[in-house]
Design a protein around this ligand. Structure first.
Ligand code: DC
Length: 225
């Protein structure tokens, strides 16, 4: 199969390690990496700056038409730009995580982002991560992975990440946010988070991103990547 047709879909709950693992897999295979969660985060941030509530589907869809997203590796990190402004840090704030999950429940928002996500996958070999990649965005992906981990471990990872950026939250508070976000992401009517029937399930509890990436690269190579 030519590289341009090869897509790897990685779905899973918040802080399951998807982003780090997806990046490593993309690097190893020379594929691009698309973080679809970053797009929902950009929408939540742009709305917050305009005082537009995270519940206004049609207005948010109109806002999305004015946003130009750029996701690019720079200096070992994923730089996220919206209309030329670097929002890589701003979109990782805890309030924006919750906002992203809120706007992501709205069908108008999901529809407005869908075609752009599919277009990115058509450009070449891609590793795309999110919640509905294997089920909705790229149902024909050559390899689908569902990555999960114990909620306590996910909360510890996320708390450490936030602390490193100067956001001091307790592990308990972070665990509650994760639970609320997972419930909202799994229970929404449109494109809820769930494991695609043909997805390989991987538990990242106690496993390093490098080990998981190695396993995914092997699976991809076995399928012709
Ligand atoms: O992957 P993340 O934590 O950065 O995603 C932030 C939120 O965006 C997540 O809680 C739900 C939403 N999301 C989604 O609904 N569908 C996707 N494909 C990616 C993210």
């Amino acid at each position: 199969m030519p590289a341009e047709a090869f897509a790897i879909a990685i779905d899973g709950p918040a802080s399951s390690g998807k982003g780090t693992v997806a990046r490593l897999v993309a690097e190893r295979l020379g594929f691009s990496y698309v973080d679809t969660g970053a797009m929902y985060r950009c929408v939540a941030l742009a709305a917050a700056r305009l005082d537009l509530p995270w519940s206004e589907g049609p207005a948010l869809a109109a806002l999305i038409q004015t946003l130009r997203f750029e996701l690019r590796f720079e200096g070992g990190r994923l730089a996220v730009r919206v209309n030329g402004e670097d929002v890589s840090e701003a979109i990782r704030a805890e309030t924006i995580s919750l906002g992203a999950s809120a706007v992501a429940t709205l069908p108008e928002v999901r529809t407005a982002l869908l075609e752009g996500q599919r277009a990115l996958a058509r450009r070449g070999g891609v590793v795309m991560d999110g919640r509905d990649i294997g089920t909705v965005v790229l149902p024909d992906a050559a390899l689908k992975v569902y990555l999960d981990a114990d909620v306590d471990e996910r909360a510890r990872r996320r708390q450490a990440e936030l602390a490193a950026k100067g956001q001091a939250l307790t592990v308990e508070a972070v665990r509650e946010d994760l639970r609320a976000r997972d419930a909202q992401d799994m229970q929404r009517a449109t494109a809820p988070l769930r494991r695609a029937e043909d997805a390989v399930f991987l538990d990242s509890t106690g496993r390093s991103p490098a080990q998981l990436a190695e396993e995914i690269v092997r699976l991809a190579q076995a399928r012709g990547a």
